[in-house]
Design a protein around this ligand. Structure first.
Ligand code: CMP
Length: 139
């Protein structure tokens, strides 16, 4: 089922560098509405579960320890064509390959510390949003 919602995290590097405000501004200016939002920190176990799809990848251990290393901002975002449009807004996973004007080009340091996560499909947007938010936390 196609939806108009996606899920994002502002990652520990961006939080630490005080980029939360700048990133949210770019998200709002691109036309996304915030449905749900939470400032929190993942345990290693929770990060491992969230990124289980990457379990066999060589960077999985680094990814899990990095994503649990500090606070993050999790959010569900709404807009027509949300998943694809948000991936365009954030740019390539590797910030050196991201287009000018994208969030990762503007704020990311490296492929691991790449400032933001964005769901890659409607199905994963639903799963990832459900990981963080109850029905009562969505507006
Ligand atoms: P994200 O969109 O959160 O989804 C999976 C994450 O794995 C990705 O962003 C990157 O931060 C991370 N990742 C992907 N490739 C590598 C890599 N080669 N080395 C380290 N981390 C990676």
């Amino acid at each position: 089922m196609a939806t108009n919602r996606t899920f994002t995290m502002i990652k520990p590097d961006a939080v630490e560098n005080n980029y939360i405000g700048g990133i949210l501004k770019m998200i709002n200016e691109a036309g996304f509405r915030i449905v749900a939002m939470k400032y929190t920190q993942l345990s290693e176990e929770a990060a491992g579960t969230f990124y289980e799809v990457h379990k066999e990848r060589p960077f999985y251990g680094e990814l899990v320890s990095y994503m649990s290393s500090g606070p993050i901002v999790a959010a569900i975002l709404e807009k027509e064509n949300a998943v694809a449009d948000f991936r365009t807004l954030i740019g390539a996973t590797d910030p050196t390959k991201a287009d000018e004007g994208t969030i990762r080009k503007t704020y990311a340091k490296s492929i691991a510390a790449n400032a933001v996560h964005g769901s890659d499909s409607d199905e994963n947007a639903q799963v990832e949003g459900d990981f963080y938010f109850s029905k009562l936390e969505r507006f």
